[in-house]
Ligand binder design. Structure first.
Ligand code: PA5
Length: 446
């Protein structure tokens, strides 16, 4: 079946192989620090052994809970933001039919709420749910995040009006801290089925806990295979694996070697719209983990070939502070051959007999070469297939790569102190009790 592969050869016009391999001993030290829990942020390293420590009983409990919701719900609303949202959204989108919403379905449609505070979004969601059978999975590690808390307050009330308080409680699952936070208090009081987010697993590293696994199972995907992929990647990226055979070590070292020559922006590129949210998840993972103390590589993303007609110009000829990481799927699930046309008015008969994917792959190759010629180094990550197993590999690969890379940058990759600044101002502007001094200070600036 193979494994995901990394190719750094198209960075070698810009950096030397020695620049990448120069990180070898440092990377080994960092992997050991992640495993020994001796580095920065060591109280948040529960994710390192998560794949190999998930038990069969835990997966069964998640699957049973998903099956119960599936019996009663056409739609399940997953309420969460950041790490309590992006991982499951990424996997579900990557595995779903692009037009699943319009097709007959065996499994509930999973939709999301609490990932924004848009009144339009919430109003339209409620209107759509009004005539459907639905349930809620409320996810918040802290249990106090404003966006999901508002969404859950509204949806809980709607659900109780529709089904009555007791029946509504059967349609709600809460995933939160073992003992702290408003969501835990509410879940205990209302008797919701709950799952715990381990204390030592931060939000953006939580996709392989019930946070990611429950929504993915509800959408009908194989969470045991996802975990198996992650288990295998955990083994392939361990401290005992030689540097050149460890894809996460190579990734972390290459992107840091590029940063040191001024390439401070990494653009994650895909050629399949199903991967759009994988890049969104990756942006949170790397952005929140590395962007602190004035350091870090700025994570950006594009969807090609669509964005070649918008961002392509900048990438080809704009400021030369970029590098790209292409996420490519070797083998699509489908078979679509372009046919010959008698009139050939569009001039495309030279493509007749070729698969559409071959055209896409040549667009990818042509773009990589053009961008390298234009001064943009390229890393390429290849997934043999887009399925649960390889997505599991990919998730763990990015997570461990992020831990190593954060340690190379000498930051704590597992905190996010900067996220608080907007919250403080928002609460001050909304005159939250306890924020009187901040309210006064911010109003003086308006
Ligand atoms: O990575 C993180 O820890 C954060 O981005 C959180 O995922 C996000 O803020 C949501 O937090 P919570 O799950 O506590 O509601």
């Amino acid at each position: 079946m193979g494994n995901i592969k990394i190719d750094y050869s198209k960075t070698l016009n810009f950096i030397r192989k020695e620049d990448i391999f120069g990180f070898q001993s440092e990377v080994k030290k960092h992997i050991e620090a992640l495993y020994n829990k001796s580095g920065k942020g060591n109280d948040f390293l529960g994710w390192v052994n998560l794949p190999t420590s998930i038990s069969f009983d835990e997966i069964k409990d998640i699957q049973t809970t998903a099956d119960n919701l599936k019996k009663n719900c056409e739609i399940v609303v997953v309420v969460g933001i950041g790490g309590s949202y992006l991982g499951s959204k990424a996997v579900i989108d990557a595995l779903s039919d692009n037009f699943a919403q319009l097709k007959e379905r065996k499994n509930p449609l999973v939709v999301f709420a609490g990932q924004n505070i848009s009144e339009d979004y919430m109003t339209e969601l409620r209107a759509m749910l009004h005539t459907r059978n639905w349930g809620v999975v409320a996810i918040s590690k802290s249990g106090t995040t404003t966006e999901p808390a508002i969404a859950f307050r509204i949806l809980k009330t709607d659900l109780e009006k529709k089904y009555g308080k007791t029946a509504a409680a059967q349609r709600i699952v809460a995933i939160t801290d073992a003992s702290k936070g408003a969501l835990r208090t509410l879940a205990t009081q209302e008797g919701y089925k709950t799952f715990i987010i381990p204390d030592d697993v931060g939000g953006r590293f939580s996709v392989l806990t019930p946070v990611g696994l429950l929504p993915i199972a509800i959408a009908g995907f194989d969470i045991a295979q996802l975990v198996k992929g992650a288990v295998d990647m955990e083994k392939l990226t361990g401290a005992n694996i030689p540097f050149e055979e460890n894809p996460a070590a190579i990734y972390a070292a290459t992107r840091n070697a590029l940063l040191r020559i001024g390439k401070g922006i990494e653009i994650m590129v895909n050629y399949n719209p199903k991967l759009h949210y994988v890049a969104e998840w990756w942006k949170q993972l790397y952005g929140e983990s590395e962007g602190k103390e004035g350091k870090g590589i700025f994570p950006a993303s594009v969807d090609f070939t669509s964005d070649l007609h918008s961002m392509g110009q900048y990438i080809q000829e704009g400021q030369r502070n970029l590098f790209e990481t292409v996420l490519s799927v070797k083998q699509p699930d489908t078979q679509l051959v372009i046919e010959k046309d008698a009139g050939n008015l569009d001039g495309l008969n030279f493509l007749a007999g070729k698969r559409m994917d071959e055209v896409n792959k040549m667009a990818e190759l042509g773009t990589i070469i053009a961008h390298v010629d234009g001064g943009v180094p390229n890393i390429r990550i290849e997934l043999p297939l887009l399925n649960e197993y390889f997505l599991g590999q990919l998730i763990y690969f990015y997570e461990i790569g992020c831990g190593i890379s954060g340690y190379i940058l000498d930051v704590n990759p597992f905190d996010q102190p900067g996220v608080e600044a907007y919250k403080k101002n928002m609460f001050a502007l909304l005159e939250k009790p306890g924020f009187e001094a901040e309210t006064k200070a911010i109003k003086a600036r308006l």
